[in-house]
Ligand binder design. Structure first.
Ligand code: GLC
Length: 732
């Protein structure tokens, strides 16, 4: 539609028809056609409200969407098509590793590719918008939603956010193209900073911390052209974000230049009442529309209050008109007025879902996401040794994150299947125990209830097998529903039943390789001490077993690097590498007396940001600088030589950190400012050079002006954030 045609349509619309565009309904939410992603049991909708609906969320499949769209167009007074939106954060039917795992690949091109595949499959299923990328900065693994982020560094999170937007929307953001869908970045803003890692809880950070640490990744998504944004559940400065005009209008729209559609999170508008920010749904609608929320997701605040608010002059019709125009323009960008069904096509679904090319990308991303944390010459495995795989994940298909909704779970490749695909004939697979102990309550309220004696028998069988094995691979981890939304946990150890299994196996065989399936950093200190090898495989998705088998048997060399610190204890959280020195630093993570840290636990991470091992070994030269004086008009070249001193070809992620030694506001001890992945043959060396310029050193100074300050800086280049391979320079 041309702008003129859109304007003509707009001018024909009644106030009720306009407000309908700002309503995301749920009338068809049922297990058969939809994915349930929040509280249901809402108020019954009237026929009129359903007829005027502007969009729907989480409807599955081309068949359902085509039928709903057809029905809606026929009923709507102007035949305006609906938008169909869904949470596709790591794949539609071909499932990729969870975003936190994708971050550990340090491979944004691959993330862009997997996002483009997810878009292709989702578009064929009739979806127009995905509620992704999630670019919340995360520093507290008690928060279950860390699995949806790419980690604790805002620079890296921004790079991945940009890549995913490009993957969904295409490099030119022309979402009318076949196989492209709109991105909706989320959750603006600072949702990941909720106190205690408790989902939905209060956020108490300064404006400086907000701007310095939390906003940059959202800005990256805006600059990448994300067509939508989602407001978050939390408060900022004790004002719920969904009613926070300063954040949504001033910061997001005016400062950052976001011109797209802003949708609330699930029933977040009506929840302003529960927050105690609004007396009733009408006031909630008033606050949200004034703050700049365009679409009210899963609540009837807008659809039942905006008309009277406009008629009584409490809400300017201009605000409503602007919001409606943004929604209509989004539909127009998708080409929905010309083709309301866009790419929805059951035949294409059959061709695209789980096709060979998509699986290959899922495999590649899984292999690159695994993080090898320890290896005392026990990996790679070989065909000579008898190996017993024991644990609830040894042959389990629930190996995808809690924000994945594959229909064909049988398509998931288990570890057993992956090892058997390699024609390995000396491996045995035993469950050993269930994932969770009986009585565990999952977030949907269901209680795990296994027959205890069955568990006992399984453990006994496994222990007997382990006695005679050369090596044991323990396949352990949290349940897939233990990470994700409404999945905050205070204790981050493995489930009790798995710890019991581990101890009984350890008692009879010390040659243990432990694999951990998880959506978050866990407390693994004791497991690590007693394992000869430890590898985090996250939730790897469709190609899990093939990827794990190839890494275990050395066909692939692990290259993942942590993008979230692993604590020793959950009590250390929040824990992040770019922390502050304090007046009494505890640099080496020792037990602290008169210095920051704990008297009963080392204050350092068990495994720091950027850390990960390979089957190769990499050595670094000292850093050489071309010059040691930086001005606003020149740049510094910092170089190292990296050598593969191991016996296998491998990939190293060379990381550049910078420290600003003194600032009018204190500065983090290190900040990731760049990285390069390099492949090295055994014995091969490569020079790696980073360019540093003055803009990389800017921050919010004591007056909240964004600028650099002259003085001493340090450059660190190494294998992870704990590197002390450093050299100084001056900013003049
Ligand atoms: C959920 C989540 C959000 C998701 C939305 C729609 O509550 O917070 O990330 O996109 O609802 O499912």
């Amino acid at each position: 539609m041309t702008k003129e045609q859109l304007k003509l349509l707009f001018e024909k619309m009644s106030i009720e028809e306009k407000i309908g565009q700002l309503f995301q309904t749920y009338s068809n939410i049922n297990e058969k056609t939809s994915v349930i992603t929040g509280p249901t049991g809402k108020a019954e909708l009237t026929e009129e409200e359903i007829k005027l609906t502007g969009s729907m969320l989480n409807i599955r499949g081309a068949k359902n969407i085509i039928s709903l769209q057809k029905e809606n167009i026929e009923k709507h007074p102007h035949g305006i098509p609906m938008l169909f939106m869904m949470d596709i954060i790591n794949g539609y039917e071909t499932i990729f590793p969870i975003p936190l795992a994708q971050g550990c690949t340090f491979d944004t091109e691959l993330a862009e590719k997997s996002a483009s595949i997810a878009a292709r499959e989702a578009a064929a299923a009739g979806i127009h918008i995905t509620f992704s990328p999630m670019v919340d900065l995360v520093r507290d693994a008690r928060w279950g939603r860390v699995m949806e982020s790419t980690g604790e560094d805002s620079y890296l999170t921004g790079l991945f956010g940009e890549a995913m937007v490009r993957g969904y929307q295409g490099k030119d953001n022309d979402v009318s193209q076949k196989g492209k869908i709109g991105a909706c970045f989320k959750h603006f803003a600072a949702y990941g900073a909720s106190e205690g890692g408790r989902d939905y809880d209060n956020v108490e950070i300064s404006e400086r911390t907000l701007r310095e640490d939390y906003l940059p990744a959202y800005k990256s998504a805006v600059d990448a052209g994300s067509l939508m944004a989602m407001s978050s559940f939390n408060t900022f400065d004790r004002i719920p974000v969904t009613a926070n005009k300063k954040l949504l209008r001033r910061v997001l729209r005016e400062e950052m230049g976001f011109g797209g559609v802003l949708i609330s999170d699930y029933s977040a508008v009506e929840e302003l009442v529960m927050h105690g920010a609004a007396h009733d749904l009408k006031e909630a609608a008033l606050l949200a529309i004034n703050a700049g929320v365009d679409i009210d997701m899963m609540s009837v605040s807008y659809i039942r209050s905006l008309k009277s608010l406009a008629e009584t002059g409490k809400v300017g019709i201009k605000l409503i008109n602007e919001a409606v125009m943004r929604v209509l323009e989004l539909k127009n960008k998708l080409g929905l007025f010309e083709n309301p069904y866009k790419d929805a096509n059951e035949e294409d679904e059959k061709q695209l879902f789980l096709c060979r090319e998509h699986r290959e990308t899922a495999y590649e991303q899984a292999v690159k996401s695994f993080v090898l944390l320890k290896n005392e010459n026990i990996l790679p495995l070989n065909n000579e040794n008898t190996t017993v795989y024991i644990g609830p994940y040894s042959n389990n298909k629930e190996i995808f994150g809690s924000w994945s909704f594959p229909q064909n779970i049988q398509s998931m490749v288990t570890i057993k299947e992956g090892v058997e695909n390699l024609d390995i004939n000396n491996a045995v697979f035993l469950q050993g125990c269930e994932i969770l102990s009986s009585g565990t309550i999952l977030k949907n309220g269901s209680i795990i209830n296994y027959k205890e004696n069955e568990n006992e028998n399984n453990i006994e069988i496994a222990v007997n097998a382990a006695k005679f094995a050369d090596k044991v691979v323990l396949c352990l981890g949290e349940h897939r529903e233990q990470s994700g939304e409404a999945a905050s946990r205070a204790v981050l150890t493995l489930p009790r039943t798995q710890l019991e299994l581990f101890e009984k196996i350890y008692a009879v065989n010390k040659n243990i390789v432990t694999l951990v399936f998880t959506g978050r950093p866990l407390e693994l200190e004791e497991i690590a001490d007693k394992s000869k090898a430890l590898m985090i495989v996250w939730m790897p998705g469709t190609e899990s077993g093939n990827a794990i088998a190839d890494v275990l048997y050395g066909n692939k060399n692990p290259e993942g690097r942590l993008t979230m610190s692993f604590p020793r204890k959950a009590a250390q959280l929040p824990l992040y590498y770019n922390h502050f020195n304090t007046g009494r630093p505890n640099r080496n993570g020792n037990l602290s007396f008169y210095s920051t840290g704990y008297n009963d636990c080392l204050s350092s991470a068990l495994y720091p940001f950027g850390y990960g091992l390979s089957y190769s070994k990499f050595s670094y030269s000292k850093i050489t600088l071309e010059n040691a004086e930086l001005t606003a008009n020149n740049e510094i070249k910092a170089s190292v030589t990296v050598t593969n001193t191991g016996k296998m070809t491998g990939v190293e992620t060379v990381q550049l950190y910078i420290q600003d030694a003194v600032g009018s506001a204190v500065r983090p001890v290190k900040m990731l400012k760049g990285y390069k992945k390099i492949g090295l043959q055994p014995g091969e060396s490569k020079d790696v050079t980073f360019i540093i310029n003055e803009t990389m050193l800017r921050f919010y100074d004591v007056n909240m002006d964004f600028k650099s300050e002259a003085g001493k800086f340090f450059i660190y280049i190494g294998a992870d954030s704990s590197t002390d391979n450093a050299v100084g320079f001056e900013l003049m």
